[in-house]
Write a protein that binds this ligand. Structure first.
Ligand code: NAP
Ligand code: COA
Length: 260
């Protein structure tokens, strides 16, 4: 089966949480499509490794070691990126933390920690990114999850955080649409080779059960999420905004309330 290759030559793309897993895959997709990248996450080592591999003919990648819970640090990184590159054409917010914990055993700080990374972090990234975004024309992509509309035991923190992220997406699409900024969420199903699935399906039995629950019979690939990001940032998606788009092999469809 053929894949469409999108051309993002010369676009300036910033990916928060873009140093491993799905978000690094998205950054790789944009780099291969000719974009100039900036990536940010906590670990300096991960940032350095990503920067090394994401440079291309359009220019070197820029890296920022920061915590998305720190609004000042996010703002400083955005300002540095814009000072170097002039503008942000595509802004991706994908930093997240998750672990399995029963609600009755989860400390308030455990709950807050995931809300702060996922939801407050997404607000911080969108809020700081707004000033530097190309108007009209910029595209923002928030990385959500099926937890946003499917309640899952032992993930009260992630369910609440991702539901909030999708409302951030919809609200910003309303507020920023008139300025020509599109805002969407991508909601990946279970994706192979990621930290997320290491944590949510930590043994072979759990992994097998999870695969069986996907109508397409397999976990997704990181590149399949990157493909959706390439599409959303392209001219082929010019009327797509305020959407939460599952890329999940229909794993969420049977439990959908109609708002996937
Ligand atoms: P991952 O490899 O752990 O990616 C998380 C990224 O965010 C890393 O680059 C991490 O780097 C960064 N990060 C974490 N906390 C941060 C913080 N406080 N400040 C700044 N950066 C931070 O996990 P993944 O499984 O690929 O997940 C990526 C995204 O996809 C997440 O939004 C996740 O919720 C979503 N998702 C994943 C799946 C799946 O199957 N894996 C399914 C649905 C949705 P540092 O450690 O250097 O900070
Ligand atoms: N079960 C229950 N509570 C947990 C927990 C677990 N597995 N892991 C952490 N917590 C709690 C801690 O006990 C602490 O609460 P307390 O102060 O009441 O004890 C709180 O969460 C913060 O923990 P801490 O380790 O200080 O957080 P951190 O900011 O250093 O790290 C995490 C954030 C916990 C989300 C960490 O797992 C992380 O960095 N994850 C990023 C990678 C990831 O999750 N990838 C998958 C993305 S879907």
């Amino acid at each position: 089966m053929g894949r469409i290759t999108f051309d993002h030559t010369g676009k300036n793309v910033m990916v928060f949480g873009g140093t491993s897993g799905i978000n690094l895959g998205i950054a790789r997709g944009f780099a291969a499509a000719g974009a100039r990248l900036g990536v940010a996450s906590r670990s300096q080592d991960k940032v350095d490794a990503a920067v090394k591999e994401l440079g291309n003919d359009a220019g070197p990648a820029l890296g920022f070691s920061l915590d998305v819970r720190d609004a000042e640090a996010v703002k400083t990184a955005v300002d540095q990126f814009v000072a170097e590159r002039g503008t942000i054409d595509v802004l991706v917010s994908g930093a997240a933390g998750n672990f399995l914990a029963p609600a009755a055993g989860l400390s308030p700080n455990g709950f807050k920690t995931v809300i702060d990374i996922d939801l407050l972090g997404t607000f911080n990234v969108m809020r700081a990114g707004y000033d530097g975004m190309t108007k009209p024309g910029a595209v923002a992509i928030n990385i959500s999850a099926p937890q946003s509309w499917i309640a899952m035991p032992f993930q009260i923190h992630a369910c609440a955080a991702k539901a909030g992220i999708d409302q951030v997406t919809r609200t910003l699409a309303l507020e920023w649409g008139p300025e020509g900024i599109r805002v969407n969420s991508i909601s990946p199903g279970p994706i192979a080779g990621t930290e997320g699935m290491e944590r949510l399906a930590p043994n072979a039995e759990a992994a097998e059960a999870s695969k069986k629950a996907v109508p397409l019979g397999r976990w997704g690939e990181i590149e399949e999420i990157a493909d959706m990001a390439m599409f959303l940032a392209s001219g082929s998606a010019q009327y797509v905004t305020g959407a939460v788009i599952p890329v999940d092999g229909a794993s969420g469809a049977g439990r959908s309330l109609g708002n996937r």
